[in-house]
Design a binder for this molecule. Structure first.
Ligand SMILES: C[S@@+](CC[C@H](N)C(=O)[O-])C[C@H]1O[C@@H](n2cnc3c(N)ncnc32)[C@H](O)[C@@H]1O
Ligand SMILES: [Zn+2]
Length: 325
């Protein structure tokens, strides 16, 4: 379902003209008023890009397989909310009533938190992760009565279907390093911010820490070209061997640091049941080995890029950058 608020900001990614809804029950599509290009609306999701045969295909299956693990209100934890608030610095009161783009939404953990805070959210992803995100947005379990609307669209961040200056904020976490051209992606999103709008990027930092992940880097020479089923079986085998050692190591302060040498992305947050920790570790391990691209960023360079795009109040620290238009 496209809300009227989102319908108003939609534009053709080719020529930027308005798109109109040509809604016949059996033939749902959007049509560009200028160039006539048609965009199908399948299962209520407008498709400005197809998910087949693109580099994000494995992400789609990953997020559909692990749809609820990171969704706070469905999994019964608050990890995504804690992280969103700590990362962005956006207060829940500030988000209420705002229109926010979650760029590269995956299964929609952060889109869901922002909607729970009362924001209207456009959740956008290139892959079939949009199916998972939409299913979650329709699930009323533990939903706040003043929850905002989530509109899910499938589109490429370098060819977004919006009018310029549409959003109060853009949130983009864990995405840019997994694209073929992170600079292009970062630059192309700035124009969709309203004057005074806020942007937040979270990314893999190019650091000494990542240099230590030798086994991961070696295995990634092959794993990104694997099918999802092979990747899944591989990650399950790794987790069967290394999850328990990583759990024990995480309990010992002096030893904890050595977890980074293990070939799994071990996740052991406080107060989370063991089975859930295992699912999170399995998901994050697939997220290590599956992506076709892993182009790490230097946060000072990201900040310089955002300044060059004319943003104000630009700040960055390892793995994160903020700016205001
Ligand atoms: C690691 S996931 C992060 C998902 C979500 N932001 C989160 O933090 O849970 C990266 C997501 O970026 C999406 N993605 C990659 N390249 C993209 C592009 N060019 N346009 C839109 N989405 C893209 C992938 O499909 C994937 O769902
Ligand atoms: Zn057009």
């Amino acid at each position: 379902m496209i809300t009227p608020r989102v319908e108003e900001i939609l534009a053709c990614p080719d020529c930027s003209a308005s798109v109109t809804d040509d809604t016949l029950p059996e033939d749902d599509r959007l049509i560009c008023e200028h160039c006539g290009r048609e965009f199908p609306v399948i299962r209520h999701i407008p498709r400005f890009a197809g998910s087949h045969e693109n580099y994000a295909q494995n992400f789609g299956t990953q997020w559909q397989t692990f749809r609820t693990v990171q969704i706070d209100r469905l999994a019964g934890h608050g990890l995504s909310r804690d992280r969103l608030l700590a990362d962005t610095g956006w207060a829940p009161e500030w988000m209420r009533g705002k229109l926010i783009l979650d760029a590269g939404c995956g299964a929609g953990r952060f889109a869901d938190v922002m909607a729970e805070c009362g924001a209207d959210v456009v959740a956008c992803d290139l892959s079939s992760a949009v199916e998972a995100c939409r299913e979650t947005s329709l699930d009323p379990t533990n939903a706040h009565p003043d929850r905002g609307a989530v509109t899910v669209i499938q589109a490429d961040l370098t060819a977004l279907p919006f009018k310029p200056e549409s959003f109060d904020a853009i949130h983009c976490a864990g995405v840019i390093q997994h694209t073929h051209d992170p600079d292009l992606v970062m630059r192309s999103m700035v124009r969709y911010l309203k004057p005074g709008g806020r942007i937040f990027y979270n990314f893999y930092e190019a650091s000494a820490d990542s240099d230590w992940q030798l086994i991961k880097r070696l295995l990634r020479l092959w794993t990104p070209s694997w099918s999802f089923s092979r990747l899944y079986a591989f990650a399950r085998a790794l987790c069967a061997i290394f999850f328990l050692p990583s759990l024990l190591m995480a309990k010992v302060p002096m030893v904890r640091a050595f977890n980074r040498f293990l070939p799994i992305c071990s996740v052991h947050p406080q107060g989370i049941p063991l089975g859930m920790q295992y699912r999170m570790t399995l998901l994050d391990t697939i997220d290590w080995y599956g992506p076709v691209y892993e182009i790490r960023q230097n946060h000072l360079r990201v900040a310089a890029l955002l300044k060059a795009e004319g943003l104000k109040e630009v700040r960055s620290d390892p793995g994160r950058a903020w700016g205001v238009r």
